[in-house]
Design a protein around this ligand. Structure first.
Ligand SMILES: [Zn+2]
Length: 452
């Protein structure tokens, strides 16, 4: 792999040198791998599956804007979220900690003020900070507003989501006004979260949450045409949001700030589209459809083009990576690892494991559940004692449970997983209960499908 990367880097250097005197100079002088003078823009697309994106091999050209980021940057092929739920996952992104450790194991819980966030670190470093959430789930009570000077939370109203065009109508003027500053902006789009709206050339339609919930709860067999219609709606949301991302990238170009802006494309979790258990959505499931997220980094601090990193990395690794690119010391509270070395083909021995857990207060069959990926092996363990073991190299769709055939691997992975969970719980004394949450808030979250 390092050899292949070396070739890629050589190509990247040569191409960049040919097209840009500035970058050629950087190469000759030894490129600055880190700098504190760069803006950071995180584009978070809720429930976006990597397998719908061209840069992850998808057909259909749904994502030209995201693909253009990848062509000028790094694509991480195996990024695992730590929770298939919005609040816990974004809390991990911001704190670089596992959910039990930062305390937000459910979207019904908010991040406590004593948790240090990436935003607070960047604010301390002199950044202008702003967030543009697309959903009520990122209400200020989520605690994710910590460190943001501007926080455009969704006002209370009949709809729990904003359209991407509305998000952009807030973000783009803010970029205009802050183009001369050094900024950290976080933008969150909800399009790929249900309900799925079809925006294509044919008559628009919407797949409502109630419908897909009924399919799951009544275990309805969908015929191919129905399923294709739902997946087409999801795909059309991908294309729709990509078009809005294109507007943002165009704005960065128009303002001439792209050359000093690190742009990151991420999702909080993926989305199941009937591949397992006749289910849709995310918070119930730990399959790869929900556990894998896209991660693309396009950074003027990295003299690389179209590099693809296959190692298993975690969402909690993102914050340290950003600080590392900016040459800002990574605080000891952050527990993820910088991915900068991986991008340069350095040691990959630490990147073999990934941890994911679903909301522990669930009433779902099997109770609380956890997943551990170790190389190509994936264990899903339920607290009722049920285990599923999959070999992702031969069975990437996770259809063949090998837990009985390979008890050796199942047992050793379950031991490892138990130790990881025990270690997290020991450090916080006990998992926080969502008992302080009001009934109204719980009802709101339940109606949105964020908890069961
Ligand atoms: Zn989400």
């Amino acid at each position: 792999m390092p050899h292949r990367r070396a070739i890629l880097f050589a190509i990247a250097f040569l191409t960049l040198a040919a097209v840009s005197i500035l970058v050629a100079a950087l190469v000759l002088l030894g490129p600055a791998r880190r700098s504190a003078r760069y803006n950071v823009l995180i584009i978070a697309v809720d429930a976006l599956r990597p397998d719908r994106l061209g840069c992850y091999g998808a057909e259909g050209d749904l994502s030209p804007a995201i693909d253009s980021l990848a062509e000028h940057g790094v694509t991480f092929l195996n990024t695992t979220t730590q929770a298939p739920a919005t609040g816990p996952s974004f809390s991990t992104l911001m704190t670089s900690r596992y959910p039990i450790v930062h305390g937000v194991t459910s979207s019904a819980l908010g991040l406590e003020p004593d948790q240090l966030t990436l935003t607070e670190v960047l604010l301390q470093a002199g950044y202008q900070t702003a967030a543009f959430p697309g959903s009520v789930i990122l209400h200020r009570k989520s605690g994710l507003d910590q460190g943001f000077q501007t926080y455009e939370e969704l006002p209370k109203g009949p709809t729990p989501y904003r359209d991407a065009s509305e998000v952009n109508s807030l973000l783009l003027p803010w970029l205009d006004a802050n183009a001369d500053s050094t900024f950290f902006a976080f933008v969150h789009y909800m399009e790929t979260h249900d309900p799925y709206r079809y925006h294509g050339p044919d008559t628009p339609y919407t797949i409502e949450r109630d419908y897909i919930e009924t399919v799951y709860k009544e275990q309805i067999d969908l015929d191919e045409a129905e399923l294709a219609g739902i997946r087409a709606a999801y795909d059309s949301e991908v294309a729709y949001v990509d078009g809005h991302i294109r507007q943002v990238l165009q704005k960065l170009d128009d303002l001439d700030v792209r050359r000093r802006t690190i742009v990151i494309l991420i999702a909080d979790h993926g989305e199941l589209l009937y591949e397992h258990e006749r289910g849709f959505g995310h918070f119930r499931y730990l399959y790869q459809e929900t556990a894998l997220v896209p991660l693309v980094i396009s950074s003027p601090t990295l003299p690389v083009l179209n590099v693809r990193v296959p190692e298993i990395v975690e969402l909690r690794d993102l914050a340290p990576t950003i600080l590392d690119m900016l040459n800002i010391p990574v605080p000891k509270q952050f527990e993820g690892r910088s991915l900068l070395g991986l991008i340069y083909g350095e040691s990959s021995q630490d990147f073999l494991l990934a941890f994911t857990m679903r909301e522990p207060w669930t009433h779902l069959p099997g109770g609380p559940a956890y997943a551990l990926r170790m190389g190509d092996w994936k264990l899903i363990h339920f607290e009722d004692g049920t285990d599923f073991l999959f070999d992702l190299s031969s069975d990437p769709q996770e259809h063949t449970d090998l837990s009985k055939k390979r008890p050796d691997i199942t047992n050793s992975m379950r031991d490892r997983l138990s130790k990881m969970i025990r270690n997290q719980i020991d450090r916080v004394s006990a998992m926080r209960l969502p008992e302080s949450i009001t009934k109204e808030r719980l009802e709101q979250l339940r109606s949105l499908g964020y908890i069961d």
